[in-house]
Design a protein around this ligand. Structure first.
Ligand SMILES: Cc1cc2nc3c(=O)[nH]c(=O)nc-3n(C[C@H](O)[C@H](O)[C@H](O)COP(=O)(O)OP(=O)(O)OC[C@H]3O[C@@H](n4cnc5c(N)ncnc54)[C@H](O)[C@@H]3O)c2cc1C
Length: 254
């Protein structure tokens, strides 16, 4: 694929260079129509790279056939992993020599007098006779309404699941097991334990249950009546008189 610069005027502007935008490009090229694809990402692959690390297709590989680019791999009934799908979309762009301009977000679209379109982009304005919006359909996370009807424990599990799916670098949990039955607590603790085992995330946990704190923490910071009273290794902090008294109910002789 050749690198293209952003035109000031074009016959057709395609917003989004995922598989839909690229397929449109293939048809426009076939029809001899001048066009450009504008994508806000720095890399090709559509939205596939946004999926979680061990994502794989739920539809078989043979379905990932694109106009002019049929699936020709060895495993038509298999299920490609995330990075393979993204690479396949990038490969498609190269195979059809799609005129893609990456790193260009379109943030305004208006109609000018005379019927042309004006696109406001991060790379300046572009006028186009036609615009194809191929920006994908999964841009706004949506929690199905039925989630509100789940039992309290399941809602907490769902919250943790949503957090994990967003893949943040820092997880902040505020009493994640609050209101849960004894049966449900281990599920949440197991999820947090698995996150911790990865060792590539920072977890900040606000918790009053000392058994949970003891099990999960590498460092404990204790606030009592709004003041910092201890900060350090779990064994040392838990053994400190103020924690014994304030959180474990042990009466400390003064
Ligand atoms: C969890 C999940 C699992 C899925 N599993 C499957 C599956 O197994 N099989 C299957 O066939 N499909 C699956 N899909 C659906 C598949 O991901 C989409 O159908 C496909 O990605 C749609 O391609 P697209 O080109 O329309 O959009 P996208 O792949 O989303 O591409 C849109 C492009 O537009 C760009 N863009 C967006 N807004 C702007 C803007 N304002 N300016 C510039 N560029 C912009 C984006 O950067 C992106 O590159 C799944 C989807 C999800 C969410």
């Amino acid at each position: 694929m050749t690198t293209h610069s952003i035109p000031r005027s074009v016959d057709t502007a395609i917003v989004g260079a995922g598989q839909a935008g690229l397929a449109m490009s293939w048809f426009l090229r076939g029809a001899g129509r001048e066009h450009v694809l504008l994508d806000r990402r720095e890399q090709l692959g559509g939205s596939w790279p946004d999926r979680w690390d061990d994502f794989c297709l739920v539809s078989p590989n043979w379905t990932v056939s694109l106009p002019g680019y049929p699936y020709d791999g060895r495993d038509p009934d298999g299920f490609m992993a995330r990075d393979e799908i993204a690479a396949r979309i990038a490969g498609y762009a190269a195979a059809i020599d799609a005129p893609v301009v990456l790193g260009t977000a379109v943030d305004r679209l208006s109609v000018r007098a005379g019927g042309d379109f004006l696109l406001g982009t991060s790379g300046g304005s572009v006028t186009a006779r036609e615009v194809v919006v191929a920006t994908g359909g999964f841009q706004i996370p949506k929690i199905p309404a039925m989630a509100a009807a789940l039992p309290h424990g399941d809602q907490r599990k769902l919250e943790v699941g949503i957090l994990i799916a967003l893949e943040p670098d820092v997880f902040m949990f505020d009493e994640p097991t609050a209101g849960m039955s004894v049966d449900e607590v281990p599920v949440i603790l197991g999820l947090i334990r698995a996150l911790k085992a990865r060792r590539d995330k920072t977890i900040l946990l606000v918790e009053h249950k000392m058994d949970v704190v003891r099990e999960l923490s590498d460092r404990i910071v204790v606030l009592h009546n709004g003041a910092l009273v201890a900060d350090g290794e779990p064994a040392v902090v838990i053994a400190s008189p103020i924690v014994q008294e304030a959180y474990l109910g042990v009466e400390v002789k003064k």
